[in-house]
Write a protein that binds this ligand. Structure first.
Ligand SMILES: Cc1ncc(COP(=O)(O)O)c(C=O)c1O
Length: 332
């Protein structure tokens, strides 16, 4: 099996300050932690938070003697693509259990996953919903034998630990600690890691790509499971008492996971023209759109320093353009 050392010995992703008239007008500084530039393995898939979330899991899989990774996801999942790329880069066999029947032509995400050697197993949506059940798990064991299980979206304690490293890195890179830390939210693992790293030193804002009022509870649960497994989280008590050092900003999901609107596409294209930074349509486009809306509406006090984490997801742009027409004109 190839060495995993590139996973741990790499320069930190850059932190870049963004300049825009609105920021200047409001007296706000905005920095981006450019984790999308951390690219391991083939293509664009193993970058950003996918890379952070898999890093310690790959090490654990190797230490436990596993040669196979098994995980779950939808047909456009960044996580599926990332696990497939990690398998190819670091010598694991990979199995992807995919929600929904196999279409005649695979989309770019699944084509990529297969090209990386991932075995794709399509199951019905209802079977996919029941994947946490014992019968389903037993069946998987019978079918695939011994494997290292990564949950859908990749969130587990080791994934949170990987995301916590983002905070430590930024602390080394900036002279002063940002007042607000902002990230996208899917399963909540990335935000939980940032909350655990920031503790009570700043406010953490999560921008969900999903619609629904369950997101805050989900992040709470992810944080609680992390504490149960014995990681230090001194901020949590104070967090409860002070009414929260973190908050979910629920207004910018555009209707849900794969949903979008022309103003989101325009924003992403404009952002690329202005700053040369590509954003994804599912997560980071919504994050930055929402962030600029909040700045416009006066959410942040003058003098605030914002740090937004670019968590990647650029592998999804090709699939988006194939599905909806060539709307996103960004390079990466
Ligand atoms: C690019 C990107 N950003 C953010 C997220 C959200 O991360 P989390 O699931 O840890 O909340 C995901 C996926 O889950 C993602 O693919």
């Amino acid at each position: 099996m190839p060495t995993l050392s590139p996973l741990f010995h790499h320069p930190p992703s850059p932190v870049q300050e963004l300049f825009a008239p609105l920021l200047e007008e409001r007296g706000i500084r905005l920095f981006i932690k450019r984790d999308e530039l951390l690219r391991m393995g083939p293509g664009l898939a193993l970058c950003g938070n996918k890379w952070r979330k898999l890093q310690y899991n790959l090490l654990a899989a190797q230490n436990k003697g596993h040669d196979t990774l098994l995980t779950f996801g939808g047909a456009f999942s960044n996580h599926i693509a990332a696990v497939a790329a990690a398998g190819q880069a670091f010598g694991f066999k990979t199995i992807g259990i995919i929600r929904g029947e196999r279409p005649r032509g695979l989309n770019p995400t699944l084509r990529f996953a297969e090209a990386c050697g991932m075995q794709l197993h399509h199951i019905s949506r209802s079977a996919f919903r029941d994947k946490g059940g014992k019968a389903f798990q037993d069946n998987l064991q019978q079918q695939f034998g011994n494997y290292y299980l990564l949950p859908e979206g990749g969130t587990n304690t080791l994934a949170i630990k990987g995301c916590l490293d983002i905070v430590a890195e930024v602390e080394q890179q900036l002279d002063s600690f940002p007042t607000h830390w902002c990230c996208s939210v899917g399963t909540g693992g990335t935000m939980a890691g940032i909350i655990a790293g920031v503790q009570d030193r700043a406010q953490v804002l999560g921008f969900p790509a999903l619609k629904g009022d369950f997101v805050e509870g989900m992040v709470r649960e992810v944080l609680a499971s992390y504490r149960l497994e014995g990681y230090r989280d001194e901020g949590s008590e104070q967090q409860g008492k002070r009414g929260g050092h973190w908050a979910i900003i629920p207004d910018f999901h555009f209707g849900g996971y794969a949903k979008w609107a022309p103003e989101l596409v325009d924003f992403i294209n404009h952002f690329y023209r202005q700053h040369g930074i590509a954003l994804g349509p599912v997560y980071t486009g919504k994050l930055f759109y929402g962030l600029f809306q909040l700045i416009e509406r006066g959410y942040f006090q003058e003098g605030s320093t914002l740090l937004a984490v670019h968590t990647g997801g650029l592998q999804g742009i090709e699939g988006f353009n194939e599905r909806f027409g060539p709307l996103l004109a960004v390079g990466y």
